[in-house]
Design a protein around this ligand. Sequence first.
Ligand code: ZN
Length: 180
Amino acid sequence: MSIREIELLGSEVLRRPGEEVEAFDDELRELVRDMFQTMYHADGIGLAAPQIGVSLRLFVIDVPEDHVERGQEAFRAAVVNPRVVEVAEETEKAPEGCLSIPGLEGVVERPSGVVIEAFDPEGEPMRIEAGGLVARALQHEVDHLDGVLFIDRVGPLKRKMLLKKWKKARAEAEEEAAAL
Ligand code: ZN
């Protein structure tokens, strides 16, 4: 097992639609273990394969109890080749962040519930029905597999503002590094 490097905004692989997973083998399961480890290390609740530079339709998610609104259960899974088969008509607005865009947050409107059909890393079909934060996290991760980031869903004005903030933060980080 190893912690992988997380790709940041600006990396081409984050914008590339992932390929379907075809082999449910030991290599895939090792990748899943690495992804969980990388996600926990970065203190995230979801991580998609493109975020570690692997252009496959696969993500891991772990929404723990203390993140979950009342009446909802914690949810942990590795989700392969997901298909969104149903979304709620009702939408909800809530702030989101992303491990590939650290330090930035924006309010995103998404369907409040979602049904997803997918496979687990053994190749067994699975069906996920979720609401609340789990539904939001699932939709955020599915977006990653299509090359879509949350900043694409915050509205043009807010997006511009976030990108400006991002560029400034990156420039400052580079200056700091150079000063060492
Ligand atoms: Zn993300």
